[in-house]
Design a protein around this ligand. Sequence first.
Ligand code: GDP
Ligand code: FE
Ligand code: FE
Length: 206
Amino acid sequence: MIEQPKDYDATQLADFLPLGYDAVISKMEATLSSKRLAHCRGVEKTAIAIAKRYDQNVTQAGLAGLLHDYAKERRPEEFRDMIRIKQLDRDLLNYGNAVWHGVVGAEFVRDELKVTDPGILQAIRHHTVGSPLMSVLDKIVFVADYVEPGRDFPGVEAARKALATSLDEAVSYELTQTLLFLIKHHRSIYPQTFMTYNALATREDN
Ligand code: GDP
Ligand code: FE
Ligand code: FE
C-alpha cells in the first residue's frame, strides 16, 4: 500500500486529484512498470523538497512530480491518436516517445485522471523539453526528474551540486547535458528544446 506524502494539504489534494490519491496510484500501477512508478514516487518526493525550499505549493509540486511520466509506457498509436484528437501541432508526429510522453502525455492525465490544474498540466508538458518561459513549478519538475534519488548516471552528482546552488543553475546544467547527449547519439531534437536552450544561453553582444 502506497501512502500519500504527509506534507500534502488534504483540501488541495482533493481539488488537484478529484479521483483521490489511492485511485490514481492504482491507475499508475496498472499502466506503468514498478520501476517507472518508483521513479515517479522519487520525483514526487524530490519535487516536494525543492518546493519547500523555494516556498512553492508543496501539494501541487509533489503531484506534478508524481504524474510527470504517467503516459510514458503508452503505445505510439495511442500518442498519434491523441495528437489528432486534440489537434496538437502536427510536427509532433515526426518525434517519438521521448518527446510525446510529456508534451502529449499531459492530455492522458487530463482525460483519464481528471486533473484540470493548468500548472500541473503545464509542468508535465514541459518536463522533458522545457520551455523558453518556464514557471517555477515547471523548473521543479524538470530538475526533480533528473536528480531524484533513484537516478544514477554520469553527471547526476554535478546536477545535484548545481541544484544546491540554485534551481536555475540546475535547469541550465540539465538542459545542456541533454542537448550534448542527443547530439552525441545523433538523435533528433524537438525545436522547443532548442528554444529552451536559447532562452537560457548567454546572449551575443552585437
Ligand atoms: P524520463 O522520462 O524520466 O526518462 O526523462 P525525460 O522525460 O527527461 O527524458 C526522456 C528522454 O527524452 C531522455 O532520453 C532525453 O534525452 C530525451 N529528450 C529530451 N529532449 C529531447 C528532444 O528534444 N528530442 C528527443 N528526441 N529526445 C529528447
Ligand atoms: Fe519523462
Ligand atoms: Fe521521469
